[in-house]
Design a protein around this ligand. Structure first.
Ligand code: GLN
Length: 243
């Protein structure tokens, strides 16, 4: 089996080790004899987005979001086609924001989003950001489990109809909404950097299953030894006193 992943704006949208997510997916695939090809695409490059099984976009500061958003919007039709073709999406922070209606920065500048979903993001002022470790209780594909990460965003994302989970510690979509991220059958969008996947193997495997679905249907993945990953997660859950 094979997974073709497209890492969008690898050179601009990569905060707090977001790249690590691609490594985790590659290694967890390889351990199951699944080949995971990681391709990249940046401003002005021609790539047939709908031919990929997984679309990954990391976070970025306001500057980077401003640099890429026009290029991203220019690919709207192709991304829409990818959604219709059952490509899976993993979006972190700045990437998450740009799939909604818009991102308004601290100076009131509006960065237009793809508008695929009804949520929108507005920053308040420079002194108020959601920064720090975060723990959530996520529910994905009928399973509920804890996940940990690190967030740093001024943007407050509102009107999220189907969040990824409940906040146990930290902020999530807004300072105090109590909810984190966005989830539907194909798209997982979250504020959790860290990077997200090394300490959350369950999410990593669910992303792999979603990526495989396009060509192979529902695939059961052989379990891996995740003792070290869960020890790392446990350290954070204990530190945040949610264990
Ligand atoms: N610039 C956005 C914000 O501050 C996104 C930041 C990020 O991707 N970490 O809300």
């Amino acid at each position: 089996m094979q997974i073709k992943m497209l890492w969008m704006y690898h050179d601009l949208m990569d905060l707090y080790g977001d790249k690590g997510n691609t490594e985790v997916l590659r290694v967890r695939s390889a351990k199951r004899n699944i080949e995971c090809i990681v391709d990249t695409c940046s401003i002005g490059e021609q790539k047939d987005i709908s031919s990929y099984d997984l679309f990954f976009m990391g976070g970025g500061a306001d500057r980077e979001q401003n640099l890429i958003f026009e290029d991203l919007i220019s690919r709207k039709e192709d991304i829409q086609k990818a959604m219709q073709n059952k490509t899976a999406f993993l979006l972190i922070c700045g990437g998450y924001q740009l799939f909604g209606k818009y991102y308004k920065d601290q100076d009131g500048n509006i960065v237009e989003g793809l508008g695929f979903f009804d949520y929108f993001t507005e920053s308040t002022d420079r002194d108020h950001r959601c920064i720090g470790n975060i723990a959530i209780e996520a529910t994905m594909d009928g399973e509920t489990f804890k996940a940990v990460g690190f967030e740093n965003h001024g943007g407050q994302t509102r009107n999220v109809e189907t969040p990824l989970g409940k906040v146990l510690y930290g902020h999530g979509n807004t300072f105090d909404s109590g909810f984190e991220g966005f989830l539907n059958d194909q798209v997982l969008a979250t504020y959790m950097h860290g990077p997200l996947l090394p300490k959350n193997p369950k999410i990593a495997d669910k992303i792999l299953q979603r990526a495989l679905r396009k060509n192979y249907g529902d695939v059961t993945l052989a379990p891996l030894d995740d003792e070290i990953e869960y020890k790392a997660q446990e350290v954070m859950l204990k530190r945040l006193k949610v264990r």
